[in-house]
Design a protein around this ligand. Structure first.
Ligand SMILES: Cc1ncc(COP(=O)(O)O)c(C=O)c1O
Length: 392
């Protein structure tokens, strides 16, 4: 073999080995592990975020009809034209954002894929991406798989962000800030003031924003603001959303990303070569989801708010100290009074009490051993039963 060929091959093998190493060090999903344990011990599963609110009939019907009428093959890679148009209209009316559905909206296999394809498409090897901790557990693997470096800034127990720390990290060089609002697992809804601060950081230091707005319709006392809608942000933001939680179709795997054409181009390439397209019949069902009337959202919010208020009040009556979420359907609770760390506590709860929760440390790069996360997306009777078991 030609020497250059040999050298090139060695270097590719080196890269593959480094890549394999990178995958090996990523820990397996603790949330999905807790779901497996919930099954094993026949426990009430308050770990993984399964939405329990009924999927609207019109949405189910449309997907079934799509299958029956033969819409079972690949769609256009970026998503059906109709769905992209509907998403673009929703982004305009709800988020105050203008995106051209032809080039600037891509339908993906869940928002998880949007996060991954955005990282792989936009972030180069060794570049830094800021993640707020606690974090949704897919973020760190997405950054690592893109060979980038995650850096962390902590959301305090009072839900505040650390502005000095963020400033220092931004000035130290960041490619992107990954923002999730409403936030999993804290339930924090980033205030307008927080968002303006992040906007200034991004604009002054030429940083991209990747915003995961999965729970935008699940805010209990306020209204959602998209970071991209702030002046100077549209051009540097990838806005990500999904249908899994709000419409209770987490198994359908339909989400989307929206970004200016120049940013979207590399994201679309990754999407094309990884998943080709989101499932066609479910894209059709999703169109109906976007046509639901306003009272669907009001009823859904009432349902989850009842769960939130019940769980918060009930945990307050134990030795746990819960944090009241402003959005989404997760609740962190401090367990330091129990003399166990988060892993021991979660293990004890699932094995001895039949309730599965998630150890807090799985949401942190460093910390969280004094926390567990409850998901209150289950119906109120399940929550009552879980609380009875815990209090027993
Ligand atoms: C913050 C956040 N983003 C993304 C996802 C993944 O959603 P999807 O089903 O759209 O991939 C989840 C799921 O729990 C989540 O909590």
């Amino acid at each position: 073999m030609h020497l250059m060929g040999k050298l090139a091959l060695t270097s590719i093998q080196g890269d593959i080995l480094r890549g394999t190493e990178r995958i090996r060090v990523i820990q397996e999903s603790v949330i999905r592990e807790m779901t497996r344990k919930a099954k094993k011990y026949d426990a009430i599963n308050l770990s993984q975020g399964y939405p329990d609110y009924p999927t609207p009939e019109s949405v189910l019907k449309e997907a079934k009809e799509a299958i029956d009428s033969g819409l079972n093959q690949y769609s256009i890679t970026w998503g059906t034209e109709e769905l992209r148009k509907e998403i673009s209209e929703k982004l305009s009316s709800f988020n105050g954002l203008d995106y051209d559905p032809t080039y600037e909206v891509t339908v993906t296999c869940g928002s998880s894929e949007s996060i991954m394809s955005t990282m792989l498409g936009l972030v180069e090897k060794g570049e830094k991406v800021l993640i707020f901790q606690p974090f949704y557990e897919n973020y760190v693997p997405a950054v690592s798989i893109a060979s980038a470096e995650p850096v962390f800034s902590t959301i305090g127990k009072d839900m505040s962000i650390d502005r000095e720390d963020l400033k220092e990290k931004a000035e130290g060089g960041l490619k992107a800030i990954l923002l999730n609002t409403p936030h999993n697992p804290t339930g924090k809804v980033f205030s307008k003031d927080d968002l303006r601060f992040l906007r200034d950081l991004c604009v002054d230091n030429e940083i991209y924003a990747i915003t995961d707005e999965m729970y935008e319709k699940m805010i209990y006392e306020d209204k959602h603001t998209s970071l991209a809608s702030l002046e100077g942000m549209w051009e540097r933001t990838v806005t990500i959303g999904g249908f899994s939680k709000v419409y209770s179709v987490s198994g359908w795997r339909v989400g989307y990303s929206a970004a200016p054409k120049g940013l979207m181009k590399p994201i679309r390439k990754v999407h094309d070569y990884t998943t080709v397209c989101a499932p066609t019949p479910f894209q059709h069902g999703t169109i109906k989801a976007l046509e639901l009337p306003e009272n669907f959202y009001e009823d859904m919010l009432d349902y989850y708010k009842r769960g939130r208020d019940f769980l918060y009040k009930s945990l307050k009556e134990t030795k746990m100290d819960p944090f009241k979420p402003q959005g989404a359907y997760y609740m962190l609770a401090d367990i330091s009074e129990y003399g166990m760390d988060d892993i021991e506590f979660a293990d004890y709860l699932v094995k001895e009490k039949g309730v599965a929760v998630v150890p807090g440390s799985s949401f942190y790069h460093d910390g969280g051993e004094d926390l567990v996360r409850f998901c209150f997306s289950q119906d109120i009777d399940q929550l009552k039963e879980a609380v009875e078991r815990i209090k027993d």
